[in-house]
Design a binder for this molecule. Structure first.
Ligand code: ADE
Ligand code: ZN
Length: 336
């Protein structure tokens, strides 16, 4: 890519990254062995890390991906497993020029397997502290709720005393909503978001990635979200797009993920140019980098290859991402 070195140096913030999506096949096999977790022998994808990686190259849908994603995390048992996972990600992020990372994790995907919330959290927190110390990356953690599970389970997780304690202490900064989008509209989760707002938590949700543009409108109206994860369907509604642009709400787009999971046929089909023309703010992110085999800089480069942006346009994308971050103004000024 012509601007590769420029893009690498460009100060980046990442806002759409599932820590469980940073589990590489190599680490998956290593942890499976160490923790005595048997891999499904009936699926030949699990023959070796290489065969698993090549199966990951052939996802047919979000749900096909999620099947491997939820299985993959069954190898994560101890706090140091979660630490190793997040540390793996932070090293990649740092090498790609990330200065600030706000990362998701899925408490319910672990507590439903008998791994306690505090085990997960303490592992991730150790990696965050190490990233700050050794890499100079600032970090925030965001708990996501799994929308394919009953709303009562999501609410009970939100209200769990350990989860609440992590919000009060500031260990976790905000909430998100992920997993299968179609069939699980935003308004179902309004009670959680209302409570989160009253507690002063930051709020985002996946909307309009796999699901329709109406989910973006309803996530803004019924959940009071401050960012929109994916949000690429916004370009289907010019009025809503103008409103989002005027409000300055940040979209956290994930170009490679959208192609790999079949939301769009190719990067060129993403509304990047429309967003730039309409003044919609967006950041560029990697979503589940180990599963897609590509990290954040690959996403920047793929956008550049398809849209041939100029240095000024990249400057405004970089600034929008840093300004739309949930860190303090002092930290934003440092990065810019
Ligand atoms: N959980 C992890 N990755 C996800 C994605 N790309 N979409 C929805 N939920 C997810
Ligand atoms: Zn996502």
């Amino acid at each position: 890519t012509p601007l590769h070195d420029f893009l690498k140096r460009l100060p980046k913030a990442e806002h759409h990254l599932h820590l469980e999506g940073a589990l590489s096949p190599t680490l998956l096999f290593e942890l499976a062995k160490r923790n005595n977790i048997s891999l499904p022998t009936e699926d030949s994808a699990f023959n070796s890390p290489d065969s698993l990686q090549s199966r990951y190259g052939r996802f047919t849908s979000l749900d096909d991906f999620l099947h491997y994603y939820y299985f993959g995390m069954s190898v994560l048992i101890h706090a140091h497993d979660f630490e190793a996972l997040a540390w793996d990600y932070f090293q990649h992020a740092s090498a790609d020029g990330v200065h600030h990372a706000e990362v998701f994790f899925d408490p319910q995907a672990h507590t439903t397997r008998g791994v306690s919330y505090n085990t997960v959290l303490s592992g991730f927190e150790s990696a965050c502290r190490r990233a700050e110390r050794e890499l100079g990356i600032t970090t925030e953690l965001i708990t996501c709720f799994l929308r394919h599970l009953p709303v009562e389970d999501c609410l009970a997780t939100f209200e769990n005393e350990h989860v609440q304690q992590s919000y009060r202490s500031g260990a976790v900064k905000g909430i998100g909503l992920d997993s299968s989008e179609v069939g699980f509209p935003p308004h179902l989760f309004s009670e959680i978001y209302e409570k989160a707002r009253k507690q002063g938590l930051r709020r985002t949700a996946h909307a309009g990635g796999e699901g329709p543009v109406d989910f973006i409108a309803s996530a803004l109206d019924t959940l009071g979200i401050e960012r929109i994860d994916h949000g690429i369907r916004l370009a289907d509604d010019a009025d809503l797009m103008a409103k989002v642009a005027a409000q300055g709400t940040l979209l956290t787009t994930c170009p490679i993920s959208n192609v790999v999971l079949g939301s769009v046929p190719s990067i060129q089909d993403l509304p990047i140019r429309k967003f730039l023309d309409a003044g919609v703010r967006f950041s560029i992110n990697s979503d589940d980098p180990a599963y897609f085999g590509r990290y954040i800089l690959d996403n920047y480069c793929s956008v550049q290859e398809s849209f041939d942006l100029d240095v000024q346009e990249w400057g405004s994308i970089s600034r929008a991402g840093i300004e739309g971050s949930w860190c303090g103004d002092g930290r934003k000024r440092e990065i810019l």
